[in-house]
Design a protein around this ligand. Structure first.
Ligand code: ZN
Length: 253
């Protein structure tokens, strides 16, 4: 293996680490007395039509979700385990969510390396990740997982904007990621999709506006990996626009 191949492989495995179950970037540090509590009650979460039950510690739910912070702040009487019902959520997506605050990693059911029998890359991961994105509290972390995987593959799922636009508002940083990927990295043959497929009209309008600026500047198409590598990690996260703490700082990653 040449040196550049081995550097590329190492780089890819470091990136892929964000999607698997080996937390290598947890840092050691000295106690400051301001760490999150480690003793909190487990909360039972009943998810979906199948009523699948999960158990997650309250402080981790509160620390990773505005929704749970609000729900769990309502005091519970008695010794009974606190129970929250999420009837409309997807249980397999929630099982990824439930492990997230413990590890800061995406534990996907499908291996990112799995290939389909005809040799093409497996797109199940994208499906799992888009289901996670639909759990709105989780969205910055999911965007992180999306961008890591796209960087490794030098390819983006064409449905990305279809998953993100319906869940976001006009000035969302996540929408900007979709626009930027199309405008700066899509090859010409992909562009027909914008007119022939069912993309959100706002996306098409956004892309047309951005393209005119791109032409005026005379900028060239870039490889997706190179484009994403050059970006600041938090640029496409909503926490920046909403002036909230970065989820990475909360989990020490
Ligand atoms: Zn951040």
């Amino acid at each position: 293996m040449s040196q550049s191949e081995s550097v590329h492989k190492r780089h890819a495995s470091e990136l892929e680490d964000g999607l698997c179950d080996v937390p290598t970037s947890k840092k050691l540090c000295t106690s400051s007395g301001e760490e999150p509590p480690v003793e909190s009650e487990p909360v039972a979460i009943i998810v979906g039509e199948e009523k699948e039950k999960f158990s997650v510690h309250a402080h981790l739910l509160e620390g990773s979700s505005e929704y749970f912070l609000k729900v769990l702040s309502v005091s519970q009487d008695g010794d009974q385990m606190c129970t929250v019902k999420l009837e409309d959520a997807d249980a397999s997506a929630f099982s990824i969510y439930a492990k997230w605050p413990y590890t800061g990693r995406f534990h996907l059911a499908t291996s990112p390396d799995t290939q389909t029998p005809n040799g093409s890359p497996n797109d199940m991961c994208w499906d799992e990740m888009s289901a996670c994105y639909a759990l709105s509290d989780f969205s910055d972390a999911t965007i992180d997982a999306f961008t890591r995987r796209m960087e490794i593959r030098n390819n983006s799922p064409v449905e990305l904007a279809k998953w993100i636009y319906p869940k976001t508002t006009k000035d969302s940083a996540h929408r900007r990621l979709c626009r930027d990927i199309i405008v700066h990295t899509w090859a010409r043959k992909k562009w027909d999709r914008l007119w022939t497929e069912d993309y959100p009209p706002e996306l098409v309008a956004n892309v047309l506006a951005d393209v005119s600026v791109k032409f005026a500047r005379g900028s060239k198409r870039r490889e997706l990996t190179e484009f994403l590598e050059a970006k600041n990690a938090c640029e496409y996260y909503e926490h920046k626009r909403l002036e909230l703490p970065c989820y990475k700082a909360r989990f020490g990653i």
